[in-house]
Design a protein around this ligand. Structure first.
Ligand code: NOJ
Length: 514
């Protein structure tokens, strides 16, 4: 009997050891990115190009602001030269090849194509620059993803009222048509606007970006309406007149950071919803929701506040039924710029804001957990799973939407090649991408912000987001890969995330097999 039980015991141990050995011998099923998933990097014209008045380019609102009011920029710098991609574009494409990118997202400077913003005069050298850039990418199978507007409005258009002019949608459509005509034979991914909230709230409703209009009461909302209508006009122009020949897609990029409730209370949940509506819902709902128009609860909130403040009508404009129909459904994909999370409270952590303004209308408290690592940018902390939370929320709201992550990245203060913080951030975000794919979210690509260091708007060159460091002091604007560039390259090559991977050398090479 004893012998028998000994035998059973030994057998159990053998079976268990065998199982353990098997577990270690065959590594856990690796999570892989699909072969057709587009890995890329993103930039924007004013932030990298330089050549601010080269070869007939017109003045834009960032040229004007930084030249006349340099003190608004932290290091009093500007984008006059930036990384000089206007002349270094071949090196940029070489870097894309070094990384093995499938795609590259960049923007077109409106005033480089149309110097005074209006469509009567096309600047051919500007067209040629983008032709060269695009052709160089295509030579190496890199898919261009083009943003029509990344914040550098022609000054002439601003002088005529900018986004607040009733004619703005018309001018934007004219510009978009020229761009589709000139580049649409080769560009198949179009983004109309980059980050409407930052255009409208920061540029018109506060003084955080050019043209620093600071019309806190109505600036954001007037701009929001015009912007989504302009977007829809460009989308329909593409859909009607270019899509059948060119066969591309057209969407919009909205910044969707995660605003979750601080506690489980109904009040905090509602507060988080109100802030989501204020920050990105006023742009996303008109386009992606079934009913169209601005988001209901926030509209009611602004109407009530406006009445109490003595305005004869809501500070938030209305859409006509025709406008609702024009805008509703006017996107083939939802571009998501995602960086971080903030926890929202109905009662705690409130700050002062001007009485009639977007944040006063939202009237919520905002809090970030002290354990979330901080970057060089005061708004950017490393909040676990923030990307997954944002995408899951968007998918639940806009059921059939196709998504691209059009920006995601991490800043450091000044130069430095050993960027382990950025590496942790990217690995964690890309794990969220895999989680999202496994959850069935239709996510087609991921663009890291940014390919290279660049002019970080009001922060000048003090905050760096590049996979490549740029030596802004050198006349060549020398580019050097950071450690994160090697890690990203390996993720793209292997289509998996190895948390232990360390680059064997500090030399970048081009994998011709790519
Ligand atoms: C989003 C903007 O689109 C981009 O221009 C900016 O540099 C990054 N965020 C980082 O702030």
């Amino acid at each position: 009997m004893r012998q028998h039980s000994n035998c059973v015991g030994e057998m159990t141990i053998i079976v268990l050891s065998l199982l353990l050995a098997l577990c270690y011998a065959s590594p856990r099923q690796e999570r892989r990115f699909p072969d057709d998933f587009l890995f890329g990097a993103a930039t924007a014209s004013y932030q990298i190009e330089g050549g601010w008045n080269a070869d007939g380019k017109g003045e834009n609102i960032w040229d004007r602001m930084t030249h006349t009011n340099p003190d608004v920029i932290k290091d009093k710098s500007n984008g006059d030269k930036a990384a000089n991609s206007y002349n270094n574009y071949a090196r940029d494409v070489e870097m894309m090849r070094e990384l093995g990118l499938n795609a590259y997202r960049f923007s077109i400077s409106w005033a480089r194509i149309l110097p005074n913003g209006l469509a009567n005069q096309i600047n051919e050298p500007g067209v040629e620059f983008y032709n060269n850039y695009i052709n160089e990418m295509l030579k190496y199978n890199i898919t261009p993803m083009v943003t029509l507007y990344h914040w550098d409005l022609p000054q002439k258009i601003q002088d005529l009222g900018g986004f607040l002019s009733p004619l703005f949608p018309e001018w934007f459509e004219d510009y978009a048509r020229i761009v589709f005509q000139r580049f649409g034979d080769r560009v198949k991914h179009w983004i109309t606007f980059n980050e409407p909230c930052e255009i409208c709230f920061e540029g018109y409703g506060s003084s955080a970006k050019a043209p620093i209009l600071n019309a806190t009461d109505v600036g954001t909302y007037m701009c929001a309406k015009q912007l989504v209508i302009a977007h829809a006009r460009a989308y329909h122009a593409y859909d009607k007149d270019y899509r059948s020949d060119q066969g591309g897609v057209c969407g919009i990029t909205i910044s969707v950071n995660w605003y979750g409730p601080l506690t489980d209370s109904e009040e905090d949940k509602f507060a988080a919803e109100i802030l989501r509506q204020a920050k990105w819902g006023i742009y996303a709902e008109p386009i992606f929701s079934e009913q169209g128009g601005f988001p209901k609860e926030f509209v009611e909130r602004v109407a009530k506040n406006s009445e109490e403040q003595g305005y004869p009508r809501s500070r938030m404009p209305e859409f006509s039924p025709e406008e609702i129909e024009l805008v509703r459904g006017s996107a083939d994909f939802f571009g998501v710029n995602h960086y971080t999370a903030v926890l929202i409270s109905a009662t705690e952590h409130k700050h002062w804001f001007p009485v009639s303004s977007l944040y006063a209308d939202a009237d919520v408290g905002m809090y970030t957990l002290p354990e979330w690592a901080s970057s060089a940018s005061d708004w950017l902390t490393f909040a676990p799973n923030s990307l997954l939370n944002s995408l899951s929320h968007l998918r639940n709201k806009y059921k059939d939407a196709v998504f691209y992550i059009t920006e995601n990245g991490w800043s450091q203060a000044g130069a430095g090649l050993e960027d382990d913080d950025r590496i942790s951030y990217y690995r964690s975000a890309l794990n969220n991408v895999l989680d999202s794919l496994e959850a069935g979210i239709k996510l087609k690509g991921y663009m890291a912000w940014s390919l290279l260091d660049n002019f970080e708007w009001m922060q000048g060159y003090t905050e760096r987001f590049g996979l490549y460091e740029v030596d802004f002091e050198s006349s060549e604007k020398t580019r050097t890969p950071r450690k994160s560039a090697f890690i990203y390259k390996e993720i793209i090559r292997s289509r998996t995330i190895d948390p232990e991977y360390e680059p064997p050398t500090r030399t970048m090479w081009i994998d011709e097999g790519h």
